[in-house]
Write a protein that binds this ligand. Structure first.
Ligand code: 26V
Length: 799
């Protein structure tokens, strides 16, 4: 049906009538979107079945990527591209008088993630399928994804997100493969055939129903699966209060936690984690047993990856299945578990490391708690034998200590591989945060620098740039992103540079139109588009950007000899609903925007824009239109970053600290093509540990800082005079935890370099093209190949 335009048109019209019960003329955009998506789903179904059959018959090793988040965004456009039929569909629909772009716009983002961690999981799925690797995702089918952000008078307001309101065409509900997940109750134990048998009584039972989404690789017959679990009532449960039971059950897959800042200690979050893990492991073991004879080879045929510690209960859950259901000995079960599970750490921030209080954990998961206790005891005994008398070490490394279960410790002890997500981050894990574990398990630790799907972030998000690249070097970069290096000579090719500049200008015009439509404000596409889009966190230092904008504004007002190349500062960020400080920063950005954009003396030199409800689909419009990429975290705090890579591949130049993957970008493009500034990681860590930084000195000695800081509390902005007191205090009373003031001068100096360099359009474009040429390394294809070869031991199986 996608082989030629005519047959596509006919099938489309026929399918539309059958599916929607309407004639084409009466159909809505949504009807058309659903029809087209359904056609895609039917089209791939034989390859989906084929992929599953192949892995069954060949018994090839499979990887399951367990993640509490998958931030997929929209699927239709990417699927059409990957199937190589987007052109035919676009032309066919065009002849029917409809625009494919408009139809794609009707798809609601699947926003089942908070930010980088969830989007990384989605990019990994694309790479796994595109590389013909047998790797599948497992997650939760939240009814409400990440909240929808509205801005009211400069304040963030959160609305419940409704991605399922029109149904979801990409999923197939497989109720026949549902499994039961047990909570609470009492653990019973009896002697049986010379061993202890454990079972659970009076537990609460929840049904986990899988909803499977096909993951379509780029121009390949491999279709992998993303399995999302929905929590539903179970007919086995005897309940007095049925309504309460139904609501309690459904609550488990109701909402994505929008809070990656602090653990609210909510039992519901722990319930979600065990729900994901137990349902996934039961289904993995079941399907393994169907196709293999001996469970003793499990680890040779299955690898299970845990994305951060949220699914770390995979360790005791696999133990429970092997011990209690499969009757293995502890030693047998442990050997298999530790040879099956691998773990990625995504942050070193102590506040973000998950710990669960025993008094919450034990009643909810009594048998799992027993197993964790046993793992802990055996681990501590092992330590004691290796380091006799070293109580300190045992106390530091124990899985259970001071009334809490430490999930990172459980993940490290229960897995064969622990990786960080950029070189610097992995080194900090080894040398500092996890040094105790690195000393006892040095061979487990490794690095896998993050990547992004260049097919979504260049091929799909920026078709004219993708076409220009293909014209120059052919299309092999789509399958082999590191061949983008062949673009390097074009950095000095006048015709190529001119086309690149034209495309960038067009993309800036498109973004300007979007900004005009959503905010009513007209920005100038010839100004420098300087963009910071990412979650709002103190450590990411949106505040540094804001203080610098305030300084620019003040200088433009006060110093008549001062002028700048017009610059548009664009922000997009969601703050966690309970993170009041972050919400104040959003308000501050709006207050500065209001002042700047309405000042007739300044508004032609600088503008400030906040884009509401930043998400995957808006990111696809923003990266291609950017000139400057703000990656300005306090060094050592951003594990990797992945937005930095998406800007880079779209030809934006980075202003960034020596942090995360920025460092590896610098190593590739060289210091002339990236604007680095600020403290190094070891300096930040040194001050953090030993002290010696006094932010007040920077306030006293730098008039630029003093003026901006004073404006935070002087009523300079409209609204309450004390509105920004908390921000002022964070900088001065609390000694500026993230070194905003200390890095200010260096940041302002890097911005001056940008101001100077941007005026030389030719040179700027050369630097941009150099960035694109070196961005191939940051494709998730490279990352996934490394995971496949070094950690998972899986091989490509093209069909
Ligand atoms: C949690 C917290 C809690 C305390 C305040 C600061 C903070 C910052 C981040 C988090 C989330 C931790 C997990 C996470 O999303 N990490 C992100 O993972 C990305 C993919 O590996 C990586 O690119 C980002 O640098 C990293 O922050």
């Amino acid at each position: 049906m996608f082989s030629c335009k005519e047959s596509f048109k006919q099938s489309f019209l026929k399918r539309l009538e059958r599916l929607c019960g309407k004639s084409f003329h009466d159909s809505s955009k949504l009807d058309q979107y659903q029809t087209l998506s359904m056609m895609v789903r039917e089209y791939i179904s034989s390859n989906w079945i084929g992929t599953n059959e192949q892995s069954r018959s060949n018994q090839n090793k499979q990887t399951y990527y367990l993640s509490i988040e998958f931030l997929l965004g929209r699927l239709l456009g990417q699927n059409l591209l990957n199937l190589g039929v987007r052109g035919i569909v676009q032309r066919g629909l065009g002849e029917l008088g409809i625009s494919l772009d408009d139809i794609e716009e009707t798809e609601i983002d699947a926003g089942l993630g908070n930010g980088g961690l969830g989007r990384l999981a989605a990019c990994f799925l694309d790479s796994l399928a595109s590389l013909d690797l047998p790797g599948h995702g497992m997650g939760i089918r939240y009814k409400h994804g990440f909240f929808e952000q509205k801005i009211v008078d400069g304040h963030q307001v959160e609305l419940p997100e409704q991605w399922l309101k029109h149904g979801y065409v990409w999923e197939i509900r497989n109720a026949d493969q549902a499994v039961c997940v047990y909570f609470g109750g009492e653990v019973k134990m009896a002697q049986e055939g010379g061993r202890l048998r454990f079972w659970n009584e009076n537990a609460e039972v929840i049904t986990a129903v899988p909803h499977d989404i096909p993951v379509i690789g780029y121009k390949t017959k491999t279709i992998n699966t993303l399995r999302l679990w929905n929590a539903e009532p179970c007919s086995l449960q005897h309940e007095q209060n049925i309504l309460k039971y139904k609501l309690d059950t459904e609550a488990v897959s109701e909402c994505l936690y929008p809070d990656d800042t602090h653990d609210e200690g909510k039992v519901l979050r722990l319930k979600q984690q065990y729900f994901l893990v137990s349902a996934s492991l039961q289904s993995i073991v079941k399907s393994y047993k169907k196709n293999h004879r001996s469970l003793y080879d499990f680890h040779k045929k299955v690898s299970i990856h845990i994305n951060d510690t949220h699914p770390a209960l995979a360790v005791p859950e696999l133990m429970r299945i092997l011990l209690d259901e499969e009757k293995m000995t502890w030693e047998e079960a442990w050997y298999i578990t530790v040879h099956t599970i691998s773990y990625t750490n995504h942050t070193t921030l102590a506040e973000a490391l998950e710990k669960w209080r025993i008094d919450l954990f034990k009643p909810l998961l009594p048998r799992i708690f027993m197993i964790v206790e046993e793992i802990n005891e055996r681990f501590c005994e092992w330590l004691w034998e290796k380091y006799p008398g070293d109580w300190d070490r045992i106390e530091k490394l124990a899985i259970i200590a001071h009334g809490e279960v430490k999930m990172a410790h459980l993940a490290i002890v229960g897995s064969y591989s622990v990786n960080g997500v950029a070189n610097i981050h992995s080194n900090i894990l080894k040398e500092r945060e996890m040094n105790g574990f690195y000393t006892v398990f040095p061979s487990k630790f490794n690095n896998k620098t993050n990547g992004m799907s260049h097919r979504r972030w260049l091929l799909k998000a920026n078709p004219p740039l993708a076409d220009l690249i293909t014209e120059a070097i052919g299309d092999k970069w789509i399958k082999d992103p590191e061949s983008l290096l062949e673009l390097q000579p074009y950095a000095h090719d006048a015709a190529f540079i001119e086309s690149f500049q034209k495309i960038k200008r067009q993309r800036k015009q498109i973004l300007s139109d979007i900004i005009k439509n959503s905010t009513g404000f007209a920005v100038h596409p010839d100004s420098i588009f300087d963009v910071q889009v990412k979650r709002l966190h103190a450590y990411k230092r949106q505040l540094l950007n804001v203080i610098h904008m305030m300084y620019l504004y003040n200088r433009l007002k006060d110093d008549s000899a001062f002028s700048i190349y017009p610059q548009t500062f664009i922000f997009g960020a969601k703050a966690s609903p309970t993170y009041h400080y972050a919400k104040k920063i959003i308000k501050l950005i709006h207050s500065v925007a209001h002042k700047v954009n309405h000042d007739p003396e300044v508004r032609h030199s600088m503008n400030v824009i906040f884009m509401e409800n930043y998400r995957v689909s808006s990111a696809e419009r923003i990266f291609p239109a950017s000139d400057v990429s703000e990656q300005i975290s306090a060094a050592s705090k951003e594990a990797s970053g992945t937005g930095n890579m998406k800007f880079m591949i779209n030809g934006a130049l980075t202003i960034g600290t020596h942090d995360g993957a920025n460092i590896e970008m610098l190593e590739r493009v060289g210091p002339d093509c990236i604007y680095t500034f600020g403290l190094k990681a070891d300096e930040v860590l040194h001050y953090g540990e030993k002290g010696g930084y006094r932010s007040r000195e920077y306030y006293q000695h730098d008039a630029r800082i003093r003026q901006a800081a004073d404006q935070l509390i002087s009523g300079f902005f409209e609204g309450e005079a004390d509105e920004f007191e908390q921000i002022y205090d964070s900088l001065l009373a609390h000694n500026d935890e993230y070194f905003v003031l200390k890095d200010f001068a260096s940041y302002a100096e890097a911005q001056e370099r940008i101001q100077k360099d941007y005026r030389n359009k030719r040179l700027w474009a050369e630097k941009a093209v150099t960035n694109i040429a070196h961005a191939g390394y940051f494709s998730s294809d490279r990352t996934i190949r490394e995971y496949a070869d070094d950690i998972w031991g899986i091989k490509p199986h093209p069909r």
